[in-house]
Design a protein around this ligand. Sequence first.
Ligand code: SF4
Length: 436
Amino acid sequence: MLGLIEEKNYAIIDDPQAAEIIIVNTCCFIQSAKEQSIDYILEYVEYKNSGSCQLLIVAGCMAERYHQELAAEIPEVDGFLGVGHFDNIVELLTHLEATDDIDQQRKEKKQDEHQYFGDIDKAIIEARRYIRAGTVSTFVRISEGCDHGCTYCVIPKIRGKYRSRRSQEIFNELQVLQEKGIKEIVLIGQDIAPYGCDLDEGFDLPELLKKIATTFDFTWIRMMYLYPEGITDKLLATVKQHPAICQYFDIPLQHLNDTVLKRMGRKMSYAQISELIGKIRKTLPDAVLRTSIITGFPGETADQHNDLIKKIKLLPFDHLGVFKYSQEENTPAAEFEHQITEDEKEQRYNDIMITQQTISHANKQRFIGKTLPVLIEGAEEETYFGRFYGDAPEIDGTVFVDSNDTPLIIGNFYSVKIVNALEYDLIGDIENEFTK
Ligand code: SF4
């Protein structure tokens, strides 16, 4: 959307107080995401009174799923763009700006004319990328949608069936990103492991990674997210062969008890998961592993929760995120009996977090004494901070760097000797600028 509107000479600014048009891109896959999206929309509505805002657009998953409800409840929203319609942003803005009396239109309930939704299965929209000055790390979508059908998950109903992005489109975008100085690309999709299965191009995920690693000059190529079933020997061999591909695996497992996994509609048993994790660690001893877990799935007993805790200790992940189960309409699990109370979910959530804190601290000790390339992202007072290959942007930990009074350049890589490890973060001393 930003690429398209920049092309039309709109100035893009970060300050909502000063913005004449505000676009809120929303998420709604669980209750807390919906609440956060609504909080933001309501916050931005206020800028129609206290700021410069004349048009407020709600885009993304929430616009796709709840545009009718939002239009009725928050009439200050001027337009909605569902997930298959990001490319209609300029058309929507042109239409709204040509509308003489937007308030009158709202009163007459004519917002229908400003809603774009449906078409969730269409091919991935191609558009020019907008990159803020100084950006060195960015996401690149390589697939959209999902065919797995986990019983708790509403994502396939919002984002559609699995589609891979054409490889040439990916390469074209990467070329632009490289020219703009991007150093880390994060390949994303709901599940990128089956990449290429629906195309006739001869590229599966390992082939795609190999081509990117050998054609482009990115320091880090990171993958997010991999359904465990799709992690093949070929993928592990490719990661091992190409140093630019981060030895970082984000594998959302959701649970580790077989009964719960089955009721979640997940395809791998604990024994298969355990074998896979063992294989990754054996093939790539330096690999950093992340997973996510859902606690309080309907019918999850205290014994099954305890079994989960036991198995989290047996498969010590470097990073582990926990979500409390969210009862989502139009999903099979929403109708399951024995929904768990919020208090119980909270208790189980805390159990898992406390367990993981100890594991994370212990796992991080293995980096002490090692020299790692660190991407410097900022500084606070005297201390610089950044990430090593085992920290994905926005969700994982931080490496705090003592530069020994040497000024460092934000956005550059430096070799850092790790001297200490906290629960979630590492501490290190600068050695020198890192070159590939
Ligand atoms: S694999 Fe992920 S996106 Fe797909 S249905 Fe399962 S939880 Fe949802």
